[in-house]
Each structure stands twice: as C-alpha cells, then as structure tokens.
Write a protein that binds this ligand. Structure first.
Ligand code: BGC
Length: 881
C-alpha cells in the first residue's frame, strides 16, 4: 500500500500568504521496505473538485519528493489554489491522490498596495509608548466567496473585524530591518464578514519599531509614529470584487494600553476600554482623524510562516512568601512569554506582577540580572466583574513573578503563563536512560522556545534580547534538529544581508540597531560589525538550512551576502591572517583573565580559523550552485588560508602555538590540522582537558565543537566523560542546580546560590545548548549528507557509551521520520532504526564484533564498526560489541 501521508508547500501545510508558487513536498507511506518513488503527478486547480485545472505535471519520472516546482504556473494575487499529488514506486505500485492541500496568495507586486499607513499618533508622540486604536467600517454587498486581509504595522498591531481579533498571531509583524524589509500577514477573513456594514480596526503598540531597544537605550530606532497598513480583498459569489484600504478616512484614538515596551512590560487600564470600537455602527465619538505616514511599500514581504503565537500554557506551580515577605508565583519553568491573569476587584484596583528568572541565595526576589528591563505587567480593573488579561505588545523572560499588587487573595489558578514564540513544527525528540541528559535536552529545547521570538535572540529577559549573530550561528544546527527552523532563519537571513555594510561586513546584531549608536558603550565603540564566529552566520546558517532541508533556494538567495562576507575578510586580512577591530574571540571562556569576558585563545587564531571554515563552505556552495568560476577562485583562497593557518599556529614540532582547549578544538573540527600533526593535536587537547581535571574552560567558540573534536578523533569515551561531568564547569552542573533552560555562564549561579556578576547573567541563553547537535549527530547518530542533503541519504551511526542503557531519538525530516534507538544489555546491543521512504541510509554498528541479527541487511566490517546500506523501512538489529 503506497500512500501520500503529508503534502507540504514550502515545508508547511496550507500556507496562507505566498507571493511565489511554493516548493511542493510530500511524505510517502508504505508497508514495504526500500521504497523509492519512481514517478509523481502534481495537480493544481482553482477549485477543490479539480475541475478547473491550472497545472498538471502529468506523470514525471523522478525520485524527488521534497523540492518539486510547478514550473510555468501563473498565479494571481489574493487567490486560493488547490493542490494534490500522487506517486508510484519502483515496483509499479501507485498511490491514490493525496488529501487536497491549498495555498493562498498575498499581493504579488508592491503596486497592488492601494492602502496607506495610517497613524493615530503624531510626531509629538515620539517619546511615548502608548497604545492606539485605528478604525473604520465598510459595506459587504452580497454573498462573499472569499475575503483576505493583508495587514502590517510600523510598531506592533492586533487586527480586528467586527470586534473579533483576527488570527492567533501575536507581536506581528515581528522584528525585521523594517526600513529595508517589513513583513505583512495574510488572513482568511471570509467567515468573519457579514452582509451589510462591518467594523474593522487595529490596536497598535510601540514594540521594536519605536520603543527603547538595546542596552545603549535608544528609542525610535526606526520611526516616531506607529502606523497600520491594511488592505482587504473581497471576491463575491457573482465574481465581482471589492477592495477596502486604510486611508485618511479612518479614525484614531488612544487605547487602554497606557504604556507598552519590549523590555519594561505593559500598563493596561481597563477603564479606558472603548466598547464596540472595532464593530459596525460605532459612532467613534472622541476619535480623531488619522495621519497618513509615508513608507516605501517595495520593502513589504508576505509572511505565511512561523509567526509568533501563544504556543503552550504553563500552569503556576506554587505561590509562596519569600523570607523578605514578598508574595511570589513560581511557574516551575524558565520561559518567555507572558502571564494570563484573572482578577475580580473594583474599578481602579491594580494587579502588578514583576517577572524575573531566579531567586537569590536566600530565596528572595532577584532582579539585578534584568539590568534596566522592568518586565512588569500592570492591569487596572474597570469594574467589579471578573476579568482576564494578558499583555499585548511586550514579552517577559521569567520563571517567577512577584505579586506587587493584587486585589484580594491571589489564588494559584488565577495565573497561567504562556510560552510565546515563533510557531515552528517540533522535529526532534531525544530521550535516554540518564535523567540528567534528558533534563539538559529539555533545557536546550526551552532555550530555543525562549529565544526564537521572531528573531534569534541572545536572551529574553534583560535589556538586550537582540539578534546576536554569534549565538544564532552556534545554535543553528541544534535548533534545526529540534524544530523546523527553515522559514525562521530564511526570514532573518534576509535581514543579515540587508544590514551588511557596503563592504560586506556583518553586524554583531541583526536587525542592526547598534551601528552608529554605540557612543559611550565601552565595548561596541570599538566596532559594531564583523566579528569572527558572529559574522560567519552569513555562510554557516544558509549552509545548515541546505544540509537539513536539502534546499538550494536559500543558498541562491543568500549567495551574494555570503560572497560579500568572504570578500570582507579577504580584504581586511593581512597575508591571509584575518582580524578586525572588535572581536569577541572565545567569548566568556573560563580561561579569560580575571574580570575579562575574552577567552585566552588569540583573536588571530579564531578569526583565521573561521575565515578558513566559511571560505571552505562557500567553495562547496559555489559548486552546488554550479558556479565553477567562484568555486575555483575561492578554493585557491581556501588553500592559502589553510596553509597560512598551519604555518602560523603550529610550531615546527607540531604543537599549537596557543595552548588552549579552544585553539585545538577549532583546528580539529574545522580540519585545519596538518595530517602529520593530527595525533599530536588530539593528544594536546586531551592534555589540556586533563589539566582542568576533565573540565572544559571554553567559551562561545570552543564549546559547541568540543565533543565533536573528541569523538571525530577516536575519543568518544572522553567526549562522553566531558558531557557527563556534573560539577562546575559543565553542562550538567546547571542541571544539578535545578536549571530548566541553558545558562549564559558556566557559573551563572554558584553552588552556594550566589550569582555571577549581574552585568551579564542570563539564565536563558541558548548558546551553550549547542551541545544538542552532538546528542543527535553522535549519541543518536543521525547525520545528514552533504551531497544528498535534506536527509535524502542519512548515516545512522550512534556511538554507544557514557554508561547509557538506551537512547531513543527521532528526527522528522522533510521525507519523514528518522528514528535511531539503541539498548545495551551486557555486550549485546539492539538497534531500532527507521529510514523514511524515498531515502536511503548507511547504518553503522559501533564497536560491533558480531552481528546477531541483521534483519535482512548485509553488514561488512569497517574500521572499528560494521556497516550496511539500507533502504527505507524499519529495522531491528542485534549485535555483540
Ligand atoms: C550577549 C551575547 C553576545 C555577546 C557578544 C552579550 O551581551 O548576550 O550572547 O553574543 O554579548 O559579545
């Protein structure tokens, strides 16, 4: 039985708001093994019955089921298209048609925007961060066949039709380099409309656009006024159409949001609510004329994907009194989002909650590490009815909230936290017999949830929450096992490209709100762009998307950005040693001098290592895209950098000139060690590890690859030992200290509960969570292939060790689920593997001496393991080690 299980478009089900014909992909199901697709047929129609066929591929002989294009299909704006596919396998078995999917188009060209940005604010309000309403009404003249709304804002917005909030998105339109790239959202509003008069409105807040952002504290980074843009396209049953747009006829007013900012929280006065403001027949008394705001509509881009939403509720675990007498709610999980509060008071009564991450050593409220961020929710009751509220235009990083004010006795059920983040499909699960590792895995996942709030942030709590490129670079591979990050990164990488300097330099943070505004900051005054490991995000992240999803489009889209970045390094390198202004080096490594954030590994070394690594990846990318001139030019450059690296950072006896763990790790992992010195370099790393009693002292550059550098060089045992260390400094130290997310510092909280400096001490910082990819790639052994990327070919090679009795991991690839499970009992290992249909794999048995049951596979001995080629399907293999 061959079946199409899931039809996807641009890796999503039924995207709403696309401006190009999407890429199509599907998952095949079959009860057979070794199933490969022989052909497919793809149809696209204007109607659900497929009577008005617009595209029919006919039978296409192909094993491609992930990146299929409907070449030649012409699409129109604001339309719904229906899609179905069927396939047959190499045995000639055919599937039925898949379930029908659809995609909805947005506005295909910027000229189609007839709406104008409108604001209830004036330039006089530049210094304020209050909420406003804009509203209008419109007539619906007959039976509506379909209606779509296209909406966005300068600032943040919530969109309403007939009094009802449209969609479940939050914090729209997210954060991009607004003046160069602003997303808009598409909503199917067909069922929200009624014949006759309809009310329409939006509530706006300052958000990232206008509020205070960055630790240097600038506000109005993009503009002085919030503004809303909306266009509604209605198609009636009789084929006629209507367009409703925002323009100067709309009216504006202040909203009950008295204050709202990303760092400081929100003040909401329910007494200021205006009954019926977004409904039909509203008199709009006290409302004033809106101003139109000019803005370049060519930068608008439809966003159909990974929009921020309330993803999951987290119930309060306890309410308690601290030794200092504060009443505190504990949600049991460090997280990002906000609290829903239920309250019954009387008009003017206040709820005030101060959100924070950790308790201090004495068990009291600890706010110092939030630095300038207030993270405070304030709600003022309008009457004596029970009300429920959650913030609109802010978010908090917290596990706890101090109840600074609440009418009556707060009850645990009055407070529910919601994790708010970019909505992405969870693709990875990992469990094993060691509960501490499982907790670490949980913490890594929550680090992702907490820091993928439209942009990849360093942390979600203090007055920072910026798109630090280095953090996003080192965590990208891990994140892409855990969730489908394709659109999230594709969107953000556009801003990386948009914010590059004319020379190709890559800002430290994207969207770049720091360049030109760093006066007085001791660190960034030295430079706001182009740091090794940070700026290399321009190459490494698109490459990771290609590896994970097999997607060449992102390589094409980012090609000139990558090339410009390599060009920047080349231009500023001296005889192939690259270094430039402010470098973070092996940031916050423990081998730093007392009081310094900069690790001991010299910048020349880390910079040149990354120069080589990115250039090497770029050579591969040029080849994949068939650009042979670039391939040749940059492989010459690559060889020169590697040669220089080897001559500079190894002495004549093959010792590394920098005796740090990180120097050895990057040289090994980036393949920069002369073959003759490999053994010696590995020994050097082991010696440096031994010197620290088996502990790491690495920072942002060395940590992500430490275990890889060991396991790739015959020292899986030592890699496991490093992973399993649970005293300071180690990944599991934080687990033992009760962490529920990953910390910024190895010693964020000391064993006695006292804290590292409040200057920079986040308890939700995903960077060191980059160990996650080692769990998937090595412990579970699910590894992508550079040639047949997107897991069209997978190597399953779990490394047995660490005293683990079992490991079970699953990764939902674009072709389907890949499972790798192993159980050890004495010297017998049972492996259960699942390979998706229409893909192939190599299964490797670690340390295998004898195969007891190959489940039909032919295993042959290789160096230290046994391997077999496998087609799709499920296998249960037993071997003796
Ligand atoms: C951030 C980091 C970031 C670093 C760069 C910090 O303030 O939180 O994660 O990468 O600065 O120096």
């Amino acid at each position: 039985m061959l079946k199409i299980a899931k039809l996807k478009m641009n890796y999503q089900e039924n995207p709403v708001g696309v401006t190009e014909v999407p890429q199509f992909g599907w998952i095949l199901e079959s009860n057979k093994r070794s199933v490969m697709q022989a052909s497919y047929e793809l149809q696209i129609a204007a109607d659900e019955e497929f009577e008005r066929l617009l595209f029919n591929s006919g039978k296409i002989t192909s094993d491609e089921s992930a990146h299929v294009f409907a070449n030649g299909l012409q699409i129109k704006s604001s339309e719904k298209y229906f899609v179905r596919v069927k396939a047959s396998d190499a045995d000639g078995e055919s599937s039925e048609w898949s379930e029908t999917g659809y995609f909805v188009t947005a506005l295909l060209t910027s000229e189609e925007w007839k709406a104008e940005f409108i604001s209830a604010e004036t330039k006089e309000n530049a210094g304020e961060s209050k909420g406003t309403y804009v509203r209008s009404s419109f007539g619906v003249k007959g039976k509506v066949k379909a209606a779509y709304a296209f909406t966005t804002a300068l600032g943040l917005y919530k969109f309403y039709i007939n009094g009802q909030k449209v969609g479940t998105d939050e914090l729209t339109p997210g954060w991009t380099s607004y003046l160069k790239h602003l997303t808009y959202q598409t909503y199917d509003i067909t069922t929200l409309l009624k014949e006759g008069e309809n009310g329409v409105g939006a509530m706006l807040g300052a958000g990232w656009y206008k509020g205070k952002m960055g630790f240097v504290g600038n506000r109005n980074n993009y503009g002085d006024q919030t503004a809303f843009l909306g266009q509604i396209c209605i198609t009636y049953e009789d084929g006629t159409t209507d367009t409703i747009v925002t323009n100067s006829s709309w009216k504006g007013c202040n909203a009950p949001v008295l204050f709202s900012e990303i760092y400081d929280g929100e003040i909401y006065d329910a007494r200021e609510e205006i009954e019926g403001w977004a409904e039909a027949g509203f008199a709009a008394e006290g409302f004033w004329d809106v101003e139109t705001v000019s803005f370049n509509k060519e930068v608008l881009e439809a966003q159909s994907f990974s929009k921020v939403t309330e993803v999951e509720p987290v119930a309060a675990k306890r309410i308690f009194k601290t030794p200092q007498g504060d009443t505190v709610i504990d949600f049991g999980q460090n997280m990002t989002g906000w609290i829903h509060v239920k309250v019954k008071g009387k008009a003017g009564d206040r709820v005030e909650l101060n959100c924070f991450e950790v308790l201090d050593a004495a068990g009291n409220v600890y706010l110092d590490n939030l630095r300038g961020a207030k993270e405070t929710l304030t709600y003022i009751c309008k009457d004596d009815q029970e009300a429920e509220y959650h913030p609109n235009f802010t978010f908090m990083g917290f596990q706890f909230a101090k109840i600074a004010a609440y009418p009556g006795e707060p009850k645990i059920e009055d407070f529910t936290a919601y994790a708010v983040h970019s909505d992405m499909e969870q693709t990875g699960t990992f469990t094993c017999s060691n509960p501490d590792i499982n907790q670490l895995q949980h913490n890594i996942l929550w680090g992702l949830k907490g820091n993928f709030v439209d942009v990849p942030t360093d942390c979600p709590q203090r007055n920072e929450r910026l798109g630090w490129t280095g953090d996003a670079q080192i965590f990208c591979r891990t994140a892409s096992y855990l969730m489908n990050t394709y659109h999230f990164f594709a969107k953000w990488l556009k801003d990386v490209a948009a914010d590059q300097t004319p020379e190709g330099g890559v800002p430290h943070v994207v969207p770049d709100i720091l360049s030109g505004k760093t006066d007085g900051d001791w660190l960034l005054e030295q430079g706001s762009h182009s740091a090794a490991a940070w700026a290399d995000v321009a190459v490494i992240n698109p490459w990771t998307m290609y590896l994970t999803y097999g997607d060449k489009k992102i390589l094409e889209d980012q090609y000139s950005s990558m090339k410009a970045w390599i060009g920047f390094m080349e231009k500023h390198a001296k005889d192939y040693i690259w270094n430039y202004k402010l470098q973070f080096g092996d940031w916050v490594a423990l081998d730093a001098q007392e009081g310094s954030y900069f690790g001991a590994t010299p910048n020349d070394l880390t910079c040149t290592a990354y120069f080589a690594y990115s250039t090497g990846l770029f050579v591969k990318i040029a080849r994949i895209l068939g650009n042979s001139e670039d391939e040749k030019q940059y492989s010459d450059l690559y060889e020169k950098i590697v040669d220089k690296f080897q001559r500079t950072f190894f002495d004549s006896e093959g010792n590394m000139t920098a005796q740090t763990q990180t120097a050895h790790i990057v040289a090994l992992y980036f393949n920069l060690v002369p073959e003759a010195y490999r053994e010696k370099t590995v020994e050097g790393l082991l010696r440096l590890l031994d010197k620290e009693n088996g502990h790491l002292v690495t920072g942002f550059v060395g940590t992500p690859y430490f275990c890889h550098a060991l396991s790739q060089n015959g020292h899986t045992k030592e890699a496991y030992e490093l992973l399993l260390k649970d005293d300071f400094p180690s990944w599991l130290y934080q687990v033992k200290m009760g962490a529920t997310t990953v910390w910024e510092h190895w010693d964020g909280m000391k064993p006695d509960g006292t804290m590292w400096s409040p200057d920079m001490n986040s308890f939700n910082h995903y960077a060191y969570g980059a160990i996650g990819e080692w769990l998937y790639r090595v412990v579970a052994g699910i590894e992508a292939d550079e040639e047949k990327s997107g897991y069209k070919f997978t190597t399953i090679y779990p490394r047995i060790g660490g005293g683990l009795d079992y490991v079970k991991a699953n990764y939902s690839s674009v072709y389907g689920d890949i499972t790798s499970q192993w159980n050890v009992s004495g010297d017998e290992v049972t492996m259960k593997v699942r390979i998706p249909h229409n893909t192939q794999a190599k299964i490797c048995l670690d340390q295998a001496k004898e195969v007891l049951d190959g489940d039909g596979l032919e295993f042959v001995a290789e160096n230290g393991f046994m391997s077999a080629s496998a087609g799709s399907g499920c296998y249960s293999i037993r071997f003796r080690k």
